[in-house]
Write a protein that binds this ligand. Sequence first.
Ligand SMILES: NC(=O)c1ccc[n+]([C@@H]2O[C@H](COP(=O)([O-])OP(=O)(O)OC[C@H]3O[C@@H](n4cnc5c(N)ncnc54)[C@H](O)[C@@H]3O)[C@@H](O)[C@H]2O)c1
Length: 399
Amino acid sequence: MIPNLRFGIVGTGSRGTHCFGALLKQRSDCIIQAVCDRNRTRAEFAASRFGAPSVYTDLEEMLLREPLDALIITTPDATHEECAIRALRHRLSVLIDKPLATTVAGCRHIIREAQLSGRVAMTGFNLRHAPLLTKLKQIVDEGVLGTVFLVENREFYENGRTYMARWNGQKADSGGLWIHKGCHDFDVFNWLLGFPRPRKVAAFSGMNVFRPDRLPFPTRDGVPPGPCCSQCPYASDGTCPDAVRYDDPEWGDAARQQDGYVKDSCMYNSDLSTHDNGVAVVEYENGARASHLECFVTGLTDRFYTVVGTLGQASLSLSGRTITVLKRWSHETVTYEIPEVTGGHAGADPGLVESFVQAVRSGTPDTSSCEQGLLAAAIGQAAELSREENRVVHLDELL
Ligand SMILES: NC(=O)c1ccc[n+]([C@@H]2O[C@H](COP(=O)([O-])OP(=O)(O)OC[C@H]3O[C@@H](n4cnc5c(N)ncnc54)[C@H](O)[C@@H]3O)[C@@H](O)[C@H]2O)c1
């Protein structure tokens, strides 16, 4: 009988708990041996939910004491590098949720350490496991579209507005949304195109809405909104349409008193260093081009893709179940349908966990290597640079 794999999870917030913890718990071939979060309340909640015998607030201590096979890293992006290096030095396999790290240098550091450790290190690019995108990749690889030279996607993400209410809105924590969020989409471009080397990036982005002078309601008697929804008079009386309400106990007063971390900072009246909408364009060495639009000021959650090749083009909406291919000369339309999916991110999350479990067992990742994590982070970093310095960035500067 194959022994159960013993997992640790570091970072028992939304992703660590609702995605990885929940999915590992359902499996009969894995156990969650230990969890770690610098916030004890959140760690204890996660441990009780998943029956994990051990709880830590310090990763090094967990790594020293626990007999683990693998670690899942779901802490804020700027801490991925440190967590991954520690785990690899303890010779554990790691799944690092995207982005691999917030800088190319950080990604390189992880790759070096993974090579020294000889363990599996994977980036959590779950979108590649969304059945609709897996089918799209198959259509591209079978040559149905001919040679692909143009890819476009537009992401509208209603809950993305909450990035403005927590660490995601701070570049120091997330690297900026072109890295934090865009890396998903840049990775899908790279993957669909077969990983050509990206050559140039240009990005335009900014804060059009979530700023102090764009409050969607008038203030009363000069009373400012914020500092967070739980203390804001415009949230408690229902005036603010963007008020965040959450009542999970792991995010309540007991947790808040330990580290001051809130996820309901005022989206309008906070010191944010990222964008609420933008467009980034990538050109590749083989001549292919890709463009990614992201918008967090919206009532819609979906990603729309168009992939154009010399023989035809394919399009899909990630919330749907069909891919439509239009043949270039005959104008024939072919529709591919996928079955109903379950699981987060259009059915992608269970596939990501399965691929990591298989990688740990076999000793080789079949998807989302750290080198590919670096490529997507590099495009994100170039997009951040392009926005800051108002110029086209050549990837040779970073790679
Ligand atoms: N692949 C995806 O689709 C996807 C979706 C959402 C988030 N993510 C990624 O998952 C990660 C976590 O995001 P989230 O939304 O769950 O964040 P979160 O804020 O809900 O949770 C993060 C947790 O990490 C803890 N933490 C912070 N620093 C720590 C440290 N040094 N050691 C131990 N614990 C620490 C915090 O206390 C918190 O409980 C991020 O890297 C994010 O980019 C990926």
